[in-house]
Write a new protein. Structure first.
Length: 315
């Protein structure tokens, strides 16, 4: 499907307009930008690559904040520019690992673009016909339009765009089955790679790593993980008109996400995050069990308060 530009794209159609918005309305962006930019320019020395990726990150961040985040008229609790902040910190942490040394300049460039742009669109209708989510398809199309503007010298080549597409499309998450009977559990990368021969092993590792970083909240400090789960719940509530049961979400659905759906598939991701998730595992298992045993008539706000109380006791 084709997902044309929306009003946000038209409003932030250039790097200059992105900086104008961020400097005026979101000056705190400068902090995370300086951290990411210093890291990126240290690890990727090519000035042309630096310029293209920096421009892409800045435009994506501004659009994310205005469409979905702090500056939006309908802000999202989880899929906002703050999610980009989290992913950037995780990406920088990953780069410190010896197992990440195989990643080339284009790898770090694509990972940086992924962190800032893979969730650009969040309001597309659910896709019942295909495995790849409509939000992911729309986000990829938008980031390609950004590159068309900022990458006049075609620094990001077609094969790089194909890998970025695998990353973003592959970040479709959950359980699904298309009309052809293809089934996925977790993210989509493994399914999308079936029958595809033009990605080498390092490219595949990069795609798996991008999606591992995206869902590595399971490896955060328990209180930080709890806050991220509450943010997801609140976002669902806003979208659904408060129709989601807190007991169902923090009991059954959280257990499903943590133990069944979320897996680390890259070697680097496993080294970076697996042990921390393992440390959280018995606490989350106990917590989900406690939530499931609550009175089904308990009010949603009371369930959330109970959840936070248990998190504090388990931390």
């Amino acid at each position: 499907m084709n997902y044309p530009p929306d009003l946000i794209e038209e409003q932030i159609s250039s790097v200059d307009k992105a900086w104008e918005l961020l400097n005026e309305k979101l000056p705190e962006f400068q902090v995370i930008f300086d951290i990411w930019h210093a890291w990126f320019c240290d690890i990727v020395k090519d000035v042309e690559v630096q310029e293209v990726v920096t421009s892409t990150v800045v435009v994506s961040y501004a659009r994310m904040a205005l469409r979905n985040g702090t500056l939006s008229i309908q802000p999202r609790n989880y899929h906002s520019e703050k999610h980009i902040d989290d992913l950037i910190y995780r990406l920088i942490a990953v780069s410190q690992l010896s197992s990440s040394h195989f990643i080339t300049d284009y790898g770090w460039a694509l990972l940086s673009i992924f962190m800032s742009a893979h969730d650009l669109r969040q309001s597309e209708k659910n896709n019942e016909q295909e495995l790849v989510g409509n939000n992911e398809q729309a986000s990829f199309q938008e980031v390609i339009r950004i590159l068309d503007v900022v990458d006049q010298h075609k620094i990001v080549r077609q094969e790089h765009k194909e890998l970025l597409k695998l990353m973003i499309h592959g970040s479709t998450f959950g359980r699904g089955e298309d009309t052809k009977g293809n089934i996925y559990i977790g993210n989509l990368v493994k399914v999308l790679l079936k029958g595809v021969a033009y990605f080498d092993d390092d490219d595949k590792e990069l795609a798996y790593l991008a999606c591992d970083i995206d869902t590595a909240n399971v490896s955060a400090d328990l209180k930080d993980y709890a806050q991220s789960s509450i943010n997801v719940y609140n976002e669902i509530q806003t979208i659904s008109g408060n129709s989601m049961s807190a007991q169902l979400f923090f009991g059954t659905l959280q257990s499903d996400y943590f133990f069944e759906l979320q897996k680390f598939n890259s070697k680097v991701g496993k080294q970076a995050f697996a042990q921390q998730k393992l440390d959280n595992t018995p606490k989350i298992k106990k917590l989900c069990s406690l939530i499931q045993q609550l009175d089904p008539e308990m009010e949603n706000n009371d369930v959330v308060d109970y959840y936070l109380l248990q998190i504090n006791e388990l931390s």
